[in-house]
Design a protein around this ligand. Structure first.
Ligand code: AP5
Ligand code: MG
Length: 211
């Protein structure tokens, strides 16, 4: 049983590593960005509200996110959280929710990646609209020209992967989300890793912590 949180700036590799660890240990991923994007795609009420914030690189309101997470988490014993919490208020809400469910968060992994590397990564990211697999035209290209290795469908660019929006997301991260490093450090469950280098090396760094 593992309850893990991946914390880090946009483009830090949270989604990439979540997929690897999830497949290896058979732990479900709760990725709030993916959940919201699915709602935008389906045109749900939530999707309509969320789109406005996502397109400008700001955060969807805490009360909405807390409701989503409660639904997603309540029946799971193990999980990897990717993209939630992102504010102190969300972290406090999660703590209350887990207390109520008699569960606790075990590991918070913070991915350290410099800003310029983030911009380089995100301007070259492509994702699969079917399975959410993540690619990079420079660092992790698909086998066939812009097509998902698994689903064979054409890869897409995320609407928020434009340089101006990426810079806004980095700023929002520093202001709202970075304070969670101290929040979890105080609870003695924070582990920092270098998020640069080969993705398999980074996976090893994570496994050494959660094994
Ligand atoms: P979300 O989808 O969570 O985006 P994010 O936090 O900005 O993070 P990313 O998904 O961009 O980066 P990642 O760390 O997953 O990196 P990846 O593995 O893809 O959120 C989107 C929006 O939804 C938010 O802006 C907000 O509006 C809303 N939202 C979501 N959750 C919310 C919440 N809790 N509260 C409020 N609002 C919320 O990797 C990036 C690229 O780098 C890829 O191309 C990858 O192939 C490449 N790469 C990965 N690792 C390496 C490596 N080691 N070397 C080189 N390249 C690499
Ligand atoms: Mg992601």
């Amino acid at each position: 049983m593992r309850r893990v949180l991946f914390l880090g700036p946009p483009g830090a590799g949270k989604g990439t590593q979540a997929k690897k660890i999830s497949e290896e240990f058979n732990i479900p991923i709760i990725a709030t960005g993916d959940l919201l994007r699915e709602n935008v795609k389906k045109g749900t009420e939530l999707g309509k509200i969320a789109k406005k914030y996502m397109d400008e690189g700001t955060l969807v309101p805490d009360d909405i996110m807390l409701k989503i997470i409660e639904q997603a988490i309540k029946d799971l014993d193990s999980f990897i959280l990717d993209g939630f919490p992102r504010t102190i208020k969300q972290a406090e809400g999660l703590e209350m929710l887990l207390n109520k469910l008699n569960k606790n968060l075990e590991y918070v992994i913070y991915f350290d990646v410099p800003d310029e590397e983030i911009i380089r990564r995100l301007t070259a990211r492509r994702i699969c609209p079917e399975c959410n697999r993540i690619y990079n035209l420079n660092f992790n290209p698909p086998k066939n020209d812009e097509e998902c290795d698994e689903c064979k469908v054409k890869l897409i660019t995320r609407d928020d992967d434009k340089e101006q929006v990426i810079r806004k997301r980095i700023e929002v991260f520093k202001e709202n989300t970075y304070p969670l490093v101290e929040f979890y450090d105080k609870r003695n469950i924070l582990y920092r890793i270098d998020g640069t280098g080969d993705t398999n090396e980074i996976e090893k760094r994570i496994k050494e912590i959660i094994l």
